[in-house]
Design a protein around this ligand. Sequence first.
Ligand SMILES: Nc1ncnc2c1ncn2[C@@H]1O[C@H](COP(=O)(O)OP(=O)(O)OP(=O)(O)O)[C@@H](O)[C@H]1O
Length: 991
Amino acid sequence: MYDNHTLGDLEPHIYAVADVAYHAMLQREKNQCIVISGESGSGKTQSTNFLIHHLTALSQKGFASGVEQIILGAGPVLEAFGNAKTAHNNNSSRFGKFIQVNYQESGTVRGAYVEKYLLEKSRLVYQEHNERNYHVFYYLLAGASEEERKAFHLKKPEEYHYLSQMTKSTRQLHWDSYCESEPDCFTVEGEDLKHDFERLQLAMEMVGFLPATRKQIFCLLSAILHLGNIRYKRKTYRDDSIDICNPEVLPVVSELLEVKEEMLFEALTTRKTVTVGEKLIVPYKLAEANTVRDSMAKSLYSALFDWIVFRINHALLNVKDLVETTKILSIGVLDIFGFEDYENNSFEQFCINFANERLQHYFNQHIFKLEQEEYRAEGISWHNIDYIDNTGCINLISKKPTALFHLLDEECNFPQATNQTLLDKFKRQHEGNSYIEFPAVMEPAFIIRHYAGKVKYGVKDFREKNTDHMRPDIVALLKSSKNAFICSLMGIDPSATFRWAVLRAYFRALVAFREAGKRHTQKRTGHDDAAPCAVLKSVDSFSFLQHPVHQRSLEILQRCKEEKYSVTRKSPRTPLSDLQGSNTINEKSPRSPGLGWNGRVGRQSRLSSSSSTTEEDGIFVNSASSKLLERAHDILMRNKNYKSKPVLPKHLLNVKSLKYLSNLALHDRITKSLLHLHKKKKPPSISAQFQASLNKLMETLGQSEPYFVKCIRSNAEKLPLRFNDNLVLRQLRYTGMLETVRIRQSGYNIKYSFKDFVHHFSVLLPEGTSATKEGIQQCLDQLDHEPDGYQVGKTMVFLREAERQRLQALLHGEVLRRIVTLQRRFRARLERQQFVRMREAAICIQKWWRLYRPIEEEEEEEEDYDPAVQEGAALCLQTHWRGYRERQRFRLWREAALVLQRAWRSWLYRRCTAALVIQTAWRCHQAREAYLRLYAAVIQLQAISRGYLARQSLKDLREQKLREEKEQQEKLLQLQNGQVSLSPEEEEEPP
Ligand SMILES: Nc1ncnc2c1ncn2[C@@H]1O[C@H](COP(=O)(O)OP(=O)(O)OP(=O)(O)O)[C@@H](O)[C@H]1O
């Protein structure tokens, strides 16, 4: 619909925004960002989903590639874990997110990065009336198979304290009687929880969570729910020490978390402190114990959410991001929690509304402040448009040193301080500030005048929520878990955790191999009392088929198969996966969860500590997916041509990528700091970290070209097709939309530097127009335009949108006119050429005709008209004409032949040269070979002759020696016989 139309021509559409941002990014090579804002329930998340879907669709050629599928799959996963039903919205995002889609220069998606902001943790342990906990709990409880229910010890939602607080009579209700109360909103109208669970599993698979990892996650969720069911009681009336009312829950939690039951009991009921070198164990008071339990649950869930975001980011990471330093083009989409004003507002609403204030400020800056300042600086005539500037409110909340956040941090550092002293401090410091009020009645609350209206915040739990740290005893307990997944959640540095995991896996593999070896020898020697099949199975599990590469490819295989079973379903809440059309996998899995590949109940359904330790993070071999592997084996063995490719799957962790991602999320240490209690330095408060992440967000937005999408809630009753005029008008007013429309109408939103203007409209301007104020002013005056449609500043030309469109239309018309003129000239030239050739031919014919005519006339005088003569003349004409055509053809042929000859000769020349080079090289090679052979022969000959000579001389020497010995013996014999006598010299010298 928007093809060949500029934004603004037609009705606004979210796809058009995505389209404009995408093309602007490619044309201007600049990062773009789309900021979506609005009240809770106004449609920000839906718009984000539409945008992301369209942004990925724009870049892909056909079927969604891996990274696009992961981007699309990430939405439902994040929504399941981070969204919940609230009073304003059945699918309210309880965290903020900034999705940055990275592109290659060609415009194809290269990767993405998801940044999350402040998950609302308090929702996990407490929900207001008519609200719900995070969706994933309800999905799990409704969708888990019988096998899984048993393995995870799942109950009904109403049997969990953390899920059953939104009962009708919730405010009067005591925990002891919660089971008898009537639940009123475990399901939302039109919701199919079972189907949602299946879809969640599929989305998790799409983003690379293996079945074993999914199981770990669900197991942890169940542990959190059971943890919430732990109830305390005082041991005696006089004593402060406490006990657990329902100790039967402890073994379940300890089994699910794989920690020792005694340690869990100790951590939940007592505190260990060290005073003057002595370790003290102090029992918790009743209220403290409840806080510790809830804090443990919240921190576990928050760590899990962070881990999920981290793993999604890892799957979305492009290998090139790690090595390349080249600039990436990107489009960021910001979907942050909407402005909130509930009956009871607390610390979370305070942070959320502060984030909205910052975004509104960013919007004001771009639309009003910077714009009007530029007009002033350029010296153009302009009547200022007033807008609601919220700088004062932002300063009140965050400006150092006396802003509310800083006072809150100060009070968190005083052990004696309370929330009441905090409120007193607020009063003392800001009494008289127009942005803050205090209720007349003695109510522990304060009221902030936000840009969107006044909101009353209760100070209850402000300090606790700002420093919501988990106790070191609890951290130590969870770190002692045998389950590597739980340990990894508690790890501060993912790369360090990964290194440990590798080390642990190495030693486990070593031990396993040794054991296998021992059993094998025992078997051979006949002492086979141990179960050999277990060994065989464990050895088998190291087979090449079970490498994650194959697991991944088989998962893809399975998905391709499952595409046939597409299921469409209408729901009032339509998450991303439902909007993906044919490009994404939006299918209902034919196998029920817990079933193996062949439909049989999978072994993996059983929970075992041994399997969980080897299955951590999906890094290592995964015995839980053995059914999948059996199936893999079948498929691969059937395909005889199968060759394993040495390609590693993208989602495999490595230290480099982990470090890269941890650095990216360095500012967001909210969960980590909760666990990081042993360091001397105090971790930053939640508000400080939230401000840091908002500052980083503003920095990112500042480096991009922004687009603003303002969502408007049409009614407060969550009803379709209902339009509440007053509600809509209120939103239009406070978001500054009316002023925005005015500034867009009367402002000059199109700006060109003089140089750019002359370059862009050079076709319309007279030749030699200089890029100066006077030159441009003169040209624009000549162009006969509306005088208030444009203004020429000191360095820039300012145009209204209507004026730009008029100029653009003129430019378009002029360019078209010139194109037509050029076409006309070319056509005339071609026609003329043809005409000249024809005329030459005619002249030639005439010449020959005239030569022929006198002869004919002479003959005519001699004899009367003869048809044979006419025929001869025609033949003559034809002959000449053919001759002329043949000559033309001959010329063409000759030229072609010449070109061919030239090419042939050059080819021959090149071939000859190549042959000569080869011959020379070959001869050189042969000569060298011959020389080497000769040289070797000479050396051999020399060696032989030297050997011969040496042997000869040795022989001579030996013969001479023998001769001498013989002579001596003969002489001796003669001497003995007296045949000879010794000479006087010989007598002196004995022989
Ligand atoms: N374009 C749309 N078409 C149909 N329904 C929509 C659309 N946008 C929003 N809705 C309806 O409004 C509900 C609220 O939308 P959404 O969850 O996007 O609000 P939100 O602004 O993100 O709220 P929050 O800030 O609480 O997360 C959706 O569940 C859906 O029912």
